[in-house]
Design a protein around this ligand. Structure first.
Ligand SMILES: *Cc1c(COP(=O)(O)O)cnc(C)c1O
Ligand code: SF4
Length: 461
């Protein structure tokens, strides 16, 4: 039953979440983490032992990066047409293909098209829809607020530092597809942010020269791909600055390659070193990670989180709201409770950024606001994420409820951001597929388009 018939729900199916039949967000299904040898159902991994599958080296060495390898691993579990659909999807995607055996094995290969893990990592041409007309590459203007390459300084006391542009896997929906995810046909000549000491030094000099900067997000790319000695050096250098009080080490690795926490002792020790140094200096370091669906949280995740918890390392999670992945109330409830169960604090649920090639994944502002009501009150307040919109044009993140104006007919939401850029208005747009035919037509006409935006901005576009 659609619990809010006036809002479009996608096909995110609860049945795809392992757990007893009562897994309706009621009951305790959030504790039922997958612990069997689930990967053995994938032909290419049928002979892989638990010891091997739990090794980060196995996961890294066997990452699938092209359709030929995908075919070798998944074999005849899916028809040829599926591989053709992926190949055609990749030709139009802004990100290269890279997926770990762990994630591949979490896909339900008996029905891969609606599968929530497939949806996030393997593009299908048959599912792609045209980008929104207001979309631009680097929709968040990260490069405009970038004083030196690899630093984004938009808010007063906090900045992003991007030490590298590679990740252990590539997500279809990456916000940083302007730099991350390799040059591909649909997005050639990306900004290069190689791990490079001379570039890092320029970033450090900038951060040190700005006394107001207290909070640095070390992101990427993904810090899982930093060598242990580099992670340590970056942590030590930043914590050594008197102005820097807080670091966040950002990695999606806990979700896509939790094996690294189990078997890459040097990397875990480097992280622990940074966290322990910060404590001695009375500063604060936390890991920020990124899970989107409850099925991504397995027994292996729980074991990895146990190691981090033993070392006193705090982990927060940012989730991206995605149509067909986690936009169903009971799926998001289960997700939030399961994160809490393994000691990951849900921090944000982001409305999907307007990035190229993933328009099929975006939801409307209205649908996300309705979803938030189902999540809040379900568990501890400190384990309840804030639903935020990163507005177009560099207005920054805003509480989704704080819009100045929202017209579900045109799909235009207007935000202000007085603490960041006073006196300006910032926009966010619902996906056109959610609008009625008349408004879809208006968006197809440049004059109508301008009129709708001007009307939303109250004449001062
Ligand atoms: C998201 C972001 C931050 C961190 O914001 P929080 O709301 O504190 O998590 C900092 N700088 C930029 C440019 C960002 O996009
Ligand atoms: S891990 Fe993060 S930075 Fe890397 S591709 Fe995924 S979303 Fe982008």
């Amino acid at each position: 039953m659609n619990p809010f018939p006036d809002i479009e729900l996608s096909g995110a199916k609860l049945s795809a979440v392992p757990g007893p039949a009562s897994a309706g967000g009621e009951g305790e299904s959030h504790r039922d983490l997958q612990r069997d040898d689930f990967w053995r159902e994938v032909p290419g991994y049928a002979g892989v032992s638990a010891l091997e599958f739990r090794s980060h080296l196995f996961q890294q060495r066997n990452a699938v990066t092209n359709v030929r390898q995908l075919r070798e691993v998944v074999g005849n579990r899916v028809p040829d047409s599926f591989y053709e659909d992926v190949a055609a999807g990749l030709a139009h995607a802004p990100m290269a293909l890279r997926i770990s055996p762990y994630l591949l094995a979490l896909v339900d290969w008996s029905d891969p098209v609606p599968d929530q893990i497939r949806t996030q990592f393997l593009p299908l041409r048959s599912r792609q829809v045209p980008d929104h007309p207001m979309l631009r590459f680097d929709s968040l203007n990260e490069q405009e607020d970038s004083p030196v390459p690899g630093v984004t300084h938009r808010y007063r006391d906090k900045a992003l530092f991007l030490p590298l542009d590679s990740c252990p896997v590539y997500c279809r929906f990456c916000t940083r597809s302007y730099a991350v995810g390799g040059d591909v046909e649909a997005a050639p000549e990306k900004l290069r942010l190689h791990a490079n000491h001379a570039r890092w030094e320029k970033a450090f000099e900038y951060i040190q020269s700005r006394p107001e900067l207290e909070d640095i997000v070390v992101s990427g790319g993904d810090t899982f791909n930093l060598k242990p000695e580099h992670l340590k050096a970056i942590g030590d250098r930043l914590l050594g600055m008197p102005n820097v009080r807080r670091l966040r080490i950002a990695t999606k690795g806990l979700c896509v390659l939790p094996q690294k926490i189990l078997t890459d002792e040097a990397w875990l020790d480097a992280l622990t070193h940074v966290v322990e140094s910060s404590r001695r200096m009375h500063k604060d370091v936390a890991v920020h990670t990124h899970f989107n669906h409850p099925r991504e949280i397995t027994g292996i995740t729980e074991d990895a989180m146990a190691r981090l918890t033993e070392r006193g390392i705090l982990v927060r999670c940012q989730t991206v709201l995605q149509r067909g992945v986690n936009d169903e109330p009971r799926v998001m409830q289960l997700h939030v409770r399961r994160l809490g169960y393994v000691n990951v604090h849900p921090y944000y649920v982001y409305f999907h950024d307007m990035v190229p090639g993933v328009e099929d994944l975006r939801t409307t502002l209205g649908a996300g606001l309705a979803l938030e009501k189902w999540v809040r009150g379900h568990t501890a307040g400190f384990n309840t994420p804030a639903f935020v919109v990163d507005t177009l044009g560099g207005g920054g993140k805003r509480d989704a409820h704080s819009f100045e104006q929202y017209n579900p007919a045109t799909g235009i939401a207007v935000f202000t951001s007085p603490g960041v850029k006073p006196g300006r208005k910032f926009l966010y747009f619902d996906p056109l597929s959610a609008l009625d035919p008349e408004h879809q037509w208006r968006w197809s006409q440049p004059g109508e388009r301008r009129a709708m935006v001007e009307e939303a901005l109250g004449g001062d576009a």
